[in-house]
Design a protein around this ligand. Structure first.
Ligand code: PEP
Ligand code: MG
Length: 797
């Protein structure tokens, strides 16, 4: 029976504005229990002791004077913190619980057990601190939690310890730093039915991308065992990304990355809880995903509803019960890092120097910093840390924050995107490379290094101080243009990074980058592994494809996720994905590639582009590319993907490729599929009308077009002075294409480098009436102004 008490309150009787009474954590559990159950969201049941209960404990035990005395001692001598903290905790822990409170807790616990039809429910006992006059203040992570507590006596003991944990050294120091009065804070204790995630898994979810603030995804982290491992960053979790706008219409899981998941946190021995143990996860087990696709989609839908209910981005903890197989939400709070960030400019970093990569991990933030390495074993060694140093350590917890504040960059061996190290670095704006595995062993104190988080998802530590460029791109007063400005996106990892730019689609996503970054194996080597003779390559291919029954599925899945991230970043605007266009020497670099690629004298003029797709040497691999494109468009629902064929030399080639695509289920015109062709060989322009009959649009590849018009190897250093897209011959072809394609009812865009580099070339394109210009993200805003000016000049006055 639910009841409302001054000392104990059931979650269902608590609302979000009860923070002063039950703290933020419990108020939010109450709000969700009461308001979101009807939306299908499961929250484990429970109750909370109130701030009034805490105050009554202090009052009835007459602790006021003794506590004041301790705090005065601390004021006189800040060094006395450990002694004062211990004394304060002892005072609270040993204070007898008022009879009424004890009775209410016992009764509520018995009722909770009855509700779950067990004799003694296993519960989590958690602290939720609150400040009288500042209920919004966040004291997250400062006080204690006890897991798997069973029996009324054990619950009461845990309640007392939680109250005492309001005076952990860390919490005292935090309040001192932020000017909170130690005696006007209070502690509410939440007692919540445990979810048996020890038998399944748990983790964290955000209703935006915590790295870039991209708001249209839910990002879920998941590990086996208790969620503590994810929150504290002990484990490298699975990560799933769900594209929110298509939830309910398709299956929009746009990325899944398998975490290392070497360990899991489990219940320890003994009923009082608190003790948890860290166990190793067997190797075979680590390859399993923690959640199924259905569960990922359910959880994402719940997160979406939670955000809608609170009206702001949320940071959510979830757990899966291994006994019942059910999912639960165990916590939800506003996301704090990205919220409130509404930059009027975008900071863009680019590494200019080249150097040796010493360490690789997850990139947190997008910055670059350099400094001397300082490897530390514990936060207690913090005094030795030099201002502006690069902090290198196994992992961090709240005790590390003062050191982290002084660091130019942070590198840790362990942790995922939601670990303590990641959250704090992001908040401090310090670039961090997290989960780097062996950083503490590889990097030596005193060595100068450069830490770069500006290269997508992966972060790198380079030897020495390298040069980099930092730019602020203003997002204010952006003009509207008739010409559609799009972006060229290289790696899927960086796709969400530029979402604030005013791009109206992606004009070129080069599939090769996904192959080399996210797949790394030659597709034919996955289809015919027995033909790979290089033993080292075979071993690596085995390792990369472990957990996949079918190696071809590894290729299709990784490729589909890569494409999907890019397509999601700009959805519903068009995203033009070009089928693979490596040269033979580049394909040969992929694992197992040598066995399948001919050696060519002139790869640039060789077996590339459309010619590959119908050749027996590559045709089956092209079919895999088509399968991935279909999956993205049809299963994930990202129908904004346009397919583009590169380096298509003749009309006959065009026909053959389109036929193969149709056989693979990618038929032009069906399900809204558009197919473009690159205009990058003079033949594409000389035969504009023929290509226009076969394709829905053209995209000018000015790099190849210049090379082939002027007969200059685009990579030749010797001939650099001759290679210029602004040569009248190239411009004549471009102008001709635009005119004739328009006459044939086809649109023309450009995705070569020229307009990103030369504003005058961008202006020329506008004058010729080009429909779209696709640019490097960091030159988009600048070119937008150039284009607007060129358009204004064209207007009849
Ligand atoms: C081009 O040739 O201009 C182009 C965009 O393609 P790539 O640079 O990939 O050859
Ligand atoms: Mg090209």
């Amino acid at each position: 029976m639910a009841r409302r008490g001054a000392l104990v309150r059931w979650f269902e009787d608590v609302r979000r504005d009860d923070v002063a009474s039950v703290g933020g954590k419990n108020a939010s559990l109450g709000e969700m229990t009461a308001k979101l159950r009807d939306a299908g969201i499961a929250v484990p049941g429970g109750f909370a002791t109130t701030a009034a209960a805490y105050r009554q404990v202090l009052r009835e035990a007459g602790l006021d004077d003794a506590m004041r005395e301790q705090l005065e001692a601390l004021e006189r001598d800040p060094e006395a913190l450990p002694k004062v903290g211990a004394a304060l905790r002892k005072l609270v822990r040993e204070a007898p619980l008022p009879k009424a409170l004890e009775a209410e807790v016992r009764e509520a616990y018995a009722e909770l057990s009855r509700r779950y039809e067990v004799e003694a429910a296993d519960v989590a006992v958690r602290s939720s601190a609150t400040a009288e006059d500042l209920p919004e203040a966040s004291f997250a992570g400062q006080q204690e939690t006890f897991l798997n507590v069973r029996g009324a006596d054990a619950v009461l003991a845990a309640v007392r310890r939680c109250m005492a944990s309001l005076f952990t050294d860390r919490a005292i120091a935090y309040r001192d730093r932020h000017g909170f009065d130690h005696l006007s804070v209070a502690l509410s204790v939440g007692v919540q039915k445990m979810v048996r995630s020890d038998m399944a898994g748990a983790g964290v979810a955000f209703t935006l991308d915590p790295e870039t603030g991209f708001p249209r995804v839910v990002v879920i982290n998941a590990a086996f065992g208790l969620g503590e491992s994810v929150v504290s960053g002990q484990v490298d979790p699975d990560q799933y990304v769900v594209f929110r706008p298509l939830l309910g219409q398709a299956r929009p899981i746009v990325d899944k990355r398998r975490g290392g998941k070497e360990i899991r946190v489990d219940y320890g021995e003994g009923g009082e809880g608190r003790e948890t143990v860290t166990l190793e996860v067997p190797e075979g087990e680590r390859l399993r995903w923690v959640l199924s696709d259905d569960e990922i989609l359910t959880l994402a839908t719940w997160c979406e509803r939670i955000e809608a209910h609170y009206g702001r981005p949320m940071d959510i903890e979830w757990a899966k019960d291994g006994e019942s197989g059910e999912l639960f939400i165990v916590q939800a709070r506003p996301e704090t890092v990205q919220r409130g960030r509404n930059p009027t400019s975008l900071e863009s970093f680019r590494l200019e120097g080249e150097g040796e990569r010493l360490v690789t991990g997850l990139a947190i933030g997008q910055g670059i910093a350099a400094g001397p390495v300082c490897v530390l074993g514990s936060a207690a060694e913090g005094a030795a840390f030099p201002e502006g140093g690069v902090l290198v350590t196994a992992m961090t917890d709240p005790d590390w924050v003062p050191v982290m504040r002084r660091a130019a960059a942070i590198v840790t061996d362990h942790g995922g995107r939601t670990s303590h190290a990641a959250i704090v670095s992001r908040e401090l704006g310090v670039p961090a490379v997290i989960g780097a595995g062996d950083a503490t062993a590889t990097l030596r104190s005193g060595d100068e290094v450069t830490v770069s988080c500006a290269e997508g998802d992966a972060g790198y530590v380079y030897r020495g101080r390298l040069a980099w460029r930092q730019e602020a791109i203003s997002l204010e007063d952006l003009p509207e243009t008739r010409t559609r400005l799009m972006m060229n996106l290289a790696t899927p990892d960086a796709a969400f990074r530029w979402w604030r730019l005013p791009a109206r689609g992606v004009g070129l996503a080069r599939m090769e980058f996904i192959l080399s970054d996210a797949i790394r194996v030659h597709p034919m080597a996955l289809l015919r592994p027995e033909q790979v003779e290089d033993a080292a390559a075979r071993r690596e291919i085995e390792a990369l494809t472990a957990g996949y029954e079918d190696k071809a599925e590894y290729f299709v899945e990784r490729l589909a996720f890569g494409i999907a991230r890019i397509a999601a970043a700009l959805h519903p605007e068009p995203v033009v994905v070009r089928t693979s266009d490596f040269k033979t020497n580049e394909y040969a670099q992929l694992l197992g590639g040598r066995a399948f690629e001919p050696r060519e004298e002139n790869p640039m003029l060789g077996f590339r582009g459309a010619s590959r797709y119908y050749s027996p040497r590559y045709r089956d691999a092209f079919a895999l590319e088509c399968r991935a494109l279909r999956r993205v468009r049809e299963e994930m629902g990202l129908a904004n993907v346009v397919v583009m064929i590169p380096f298509c030399r003749t009309l006959e080639e065009a026909d053959r490729v389109l036929e193969i695509m149709a056989e693979q289920g990618l038929r032009r015109g069906e399900r809204g599929l558009e197919v473009f062709v690159m205009a990058e060989i003079p033949s594409n322009i000389l035969l504009t009308e023929g290509f226009a009959e076969r394709f829905d649009g053209f995209s000018i590849g000015s790099n190849d077009l210049t090379q082939l018009t002027l007969g200059v190897d685009r990579d030749s250093a010797e001939l650099k002075h001759v290679f210029d897209e602004r040569n009248p011959a190239v411009k004549a072809l471009v102008a001709d294409l635009i005119r004739r394609a328009h006459a044939a009812g086809r649109k023309v865009g450009i995705c070569g480098q020229a307009p990103s580099d030369y504003p005058d070339f961008a202006a020329f394109l506008v004058e010729e009436g080009i429909d779209s210009i696709s640019l490097n993200p960091d030159s988009l805003v600048r070119t937008l102004h150039t284009v607007a000016e060129a358009e204004a000049r064209l207007k009849p006055s």
